[in-house]
Design a protein. Sequence first.
Length: 177
Amino acid sequence: MTGAAHLTTDPAIVVAPFTIVVDSREQAPYQFSDLPLTGRDRGKRLIVPVVVRGLPAGDYSIEGLERVVAVERKSLEDLYGTLAAGRRRFEREIERLSELEFAAVVIEADAREVWRPAEFHPGWRSKLNPRSVEGTIVAWSVRYPGVHWWFMGSRRAAEVRVWGVLERVWRERQGRI
């Protein structure tokens, strides 16, 4: 992380130069711990400041850029549950995300798990047909092209991606100033 703000005197620790905002309604928030660093900071420990408060859209953003960037997190079970029981509410969330400069939905499963959950999760039960989930994601990707959909394969991979996206947005915004 180039240009990281060092708020500590310990040379083995790097403090992120921005604070991540976690939505107060987020049920299973990421901890942003043990994240990989590259370049001259490789091997150092990263400390990520985090605050919890309501966000206008999504589950994660950057303090001061809440109306610029947001990422919505979905576990496989949450994705199916939301599309089955809270579909209209979730589409309104996607609509709000689409108004931002950058937005994404990060799914803690790979695409094959989403399309065929019972193959990967024995005993899987959902009244929602996986083809309906696929169709909804395709339709919303067309309807809201500014909202990216990423299938990350695991919770940890999704957490690392959320960090990477927010860190990249932060760096890009610093280049504009």
